[in-house]
Design a protein around this ligand. Structure first.
Ligand code: HEC
Length: 132
């Protein structure tokens, strides 16, 4: 039991420091691309090429036997933050064990354009740069 408690405390500390590191790196990020119809269109193209297999053509992530990917139209269900910067980090660095990092395949600019595309299909009040 004591061992289990130590394990719990340690995991909480690791999760806490991961969250702190994420928050710190999200703060220093600055989008290098302005939100525009053009950036949304380009982001959509890359999205369809790299993300739709798991997240669905329209972001809704219809049943996929291999991956339990989240619905990218419902920020209220996301677990890793909803700001543009957090989305950028999820895409660049990957999420958990199932979502691969894309930093080797995508330039930062391409990742920001995907973030813009995700904004464009999300809730209306979050279109454009929400900057939460
Ligand atoms: C191999 C399947 C797969 C591919 C390809 C994939 N994802 Fe994911 N994605 C997932 C899974 C599964 C999760 C949930 C992981 C978790 O929470 O452990 C996820 C999580 C995310 C999240 C975080 C949501 C949250 O809960 O905070 C975002 C944002 C995201 N994906 C966007 C993308 C984008 C954009 C692309 C394309 C560049 C992409 N994904 C490609 C499977 C995938």
């Amino acid at each position: 039991m004591a061992r289990f408690m130590i394990f719990l405390v340690l995991s909480a500390a690791v999760a806490g420091s991961r969250e702190a590191a994420l928050a710190a790196s999200a703060e220093t990020l600055q989008s290098s691309v302005a939100y525009s119809e053009e950036s949304v269109r380009a982001g959509r193209k890359t999205y369809l090429r790299l993300c739709q297999y798991c997240h669905g053509q329209d972001g809704r992530a219809q049943a996929n036997p291999d991956f339990d990917a989240p619905n990218l139209r419902r920020p209220q269900e996301w677990r890793n933050g909803t700001s543009d910067e957090r989305l950028f980090l999820s895409i660049r660095d990957g999420v958990g064990h199932e979502m691969p990092p894309f930093r080797a395949q995508l330039e930062d600019e391409q990742i920001w354009r995907i973030v813009h595309f995700l904004r464009s299909i999300g809730p209306r009040e979050r279109r454009g740069r929400a900057g939460e």
